[in-house]
Write a new protein. Structure first.
Length: 175
């Protein structure tokens, strides 16, 4: 990996700095190399267990080999979420500070932790860990947000909505 300058690709695009900010100390080439090494180890063990006719262990290794892509995607989701959370936290803090809001740290932390929670739920869904519970949590959270926004708009915009409906009624009756 180092011969083909795999790390340079990540450093030119800015991913190396982002990974360091996320406190991920392994280089991209080392990470990919370790994944490939373990895939070869599992394939070797799979062939050996097939030769020895250890059916149960062979089945376990096959399942593990099929699960590795899910693990890789889950790791990518987590890394991207950490980087995105860091960037959005800074954007929210800067925007809120410019607007004169006094609780900028709370807003920044709220955004960061919301991204972390959604990322953890996405990782659990990708790894197929308790999918029914994860789906129920996501559905409940989306329903909670929809209800909260609906109530906030409905109660907060009651007078505005009444004026808008009165204007529409007046325009219809004039025509």
């Amino acid at each position: 990996m180092e011969k083909i300058k795999f790390n340079n690709l990540f450093s030119r695009t800015g991913w190396t700095d982002a990974l360091q900010k996320a406190e991920i100390t392994i280089s991209p080439a080392d990470f990919v190399g370790a994944i490939i090494k373990w895939i070869f180890v599992i394939i070797f063990l799979l062939v050996a267990t097939d030769i020895l006719q250890w059916v149960a262990f062979s089945t376990l290794l096959q399942a593990l080999l099929l699960w590795i892509p899910h693990l890789i995607i889950a790791i990518i989701i987590l890394v991207v979420a950490i980087i995105l959370a860091d960037i959005l936290e800074k954007i929210v803090k800067a925007s809120a500070k410019k607007m004169g809001i006094s609780f900028v740290n709370l807003l920044g932390s709220l955004v960061k932790w919301a991204i972390y929670i959604f990322a953890i739920l996405a990782v659990l869904a990708q790894l197929e860990v308790a999918p029914a519970i994860v789906n129920a949590l996501v559905t409940g959270f989306v329903a909670m947000l929809a209800l909260a926004l609906g109530l906030a708009f409905g109660l907060g915009g009651k007078d505005t909505a009444a004026r808008l409906l009165e204007d529409v009624r007046r325009n219809i009756s004039e025509k």
